[in-house]
Design a protein around this ligand. Structure first.
Ligand SMILES: *Cc1c(COP(=O)(O)O)cnc(C)c1O
Length: 330
């Protein structure tokens, strides 16, 4: 356990790291460490769905108000900060809709008003974006994704910038009994041994698939931070050292949500699945995505690219797109 804590702290350049039972546990721990009854917190509308659900189904009951904000708001965030704002969440890129945030600007405005900033750094695996160098106070990740790497582990970490955050996070971690099994920690250590080669391969394969998809006539937009058409691409280019294995595609509006479901059903190599970061490529539709009205009405599919041959993945996407495309012409 100490080994894992030390490795993640080193990877993230953190003062201290806590290991918790999963990414969602990490999110809950950060809320409970920094907020109290009467607190207000801000969370990007593009945040991981269960973060918002935790706010609506549990924190609200405890008197904590969590307000969603436009992930691309940048310095405009200042207008949403209140006297009781106790926590500013960032998540970059956002889940499903992939907006890359101007984290340094948000940090600057938040810190000027005394508001701490937390980052869900799962996409970057603590590697592709340096949270602490960009001013973030608390960085969490779901080790479930890239550190685990084999879709057989649930684990998370919360890393802090300094003692001022170590103390409240550590106290809440201890009181909530967020300890984890050493067997899980050893699986994460095993995953870290291959993290670098997996991230390199996944980045290359994902870019190949994303660029191919961007040239397909059925697709309105490919949401992948390294593509200029993706929201917040300029911030990715400025602040990140690479890209990872998740992307989303938005179908043109001649396609119905049923067509899009059909597209996913007809994929053979891609399996249906919500999670990501493992060796298997996955596809999932999001018909009920909210994200402040920018939910794409059931025409968005999130893909996780795995360790298969990218040419085979493209062939699989191609055959399914062709069938679904032919159907709408009839
Ligand atoms: C998966 C995920 C989580 C939650 O992680 P679990 O370990 O599954 O609880 C949190 N944030 C993001 C961005 C995720 O993708």
């Amino acid at each position: 356990m100490l080994e894992l804590v030390a490795r993640i702290a080193e990877l993230e350049g953190a003062y201290r790291t806590f290991v918790v039972p999963g990414g969602q546990a990490a999110i809950a721990l950060i809320y409970l460490a920094l907020c109290k009854s009467g607190s207000h917190a801000l969370v990007p509308a593009s945040a991981y769905g269960p973060n918002r659900e935790l706010a609506e189904k549990l924190l609200q009951r405890l008197g904590i108000e969590v307000e969603p904000y436009d992930p691309l708001i940048g310095e405009g965030i200042g207008a949403l900060i209140r006297h009781n704002t106790a926590l500013m969440w960032t998540e970059s890129p956002g889940s499903i809709t992939m907006e890359v945030q101007d984290v340094p600007s948000i940090v600057r405005v938040a810190h000027a008003r005394g508001v701490p900033v937390a980052l869900d750094n799962t996409y970057a695996a603590g590697v592709l974006f340096d949270a602490f160098a960009h001013g973030v106070d608390i960085s969490m990740q779901a080790l479930t994704k890239y550190a685990g790497g084999h879709s057989d582990l649930l684990l998370g970490t919360v890393s802090v910038k300094n003692d001022a955050f170590y103390e409240p996070v550590g106290t809440a971690w201890d009181l909530l009994g967020m300890a984890v099994s050493p067997d899980d920690a050893s699986l994460a250590l095993r995953g870290l041994q291959t993290l670098r080669v997996r991230l390199e391969r996944l980045e290359r394969s994902t870019l190949q698939v994303a660029n191919w998809l961007a040239g397909q006539s059925a697709i309105q937009n490919v949401l992948h931070p390294a593509l200029p058409s993706s929201p917040g691409h300029v911030f990715w280019k400025r602040d990140f050292t690479g890209s990872a294995s998740v992307l989303s595609i938005v179908f043109k509006d001649v396609f119905t949500p049923t067509d899009v479901d059909d597209f996913v059903d007809r994929l053979a190599l891609f399996k249906a699945g919500y999670s990501w970061g493992g060796g298997t490529s996955l596809a999932m539709t999001y018909p009920y995505l909210a994200n402040g009205g920018k939910g794409f009405s059931g025409r968005i599919v999130r893909l996780n690219i795995g360790l298969e041959e990218p040419d085979d993945l493209i062939a699989d996407l191609h055959q399914s797109l062709r069938i679904v495309g032919d159907q709408i012409k009839k």
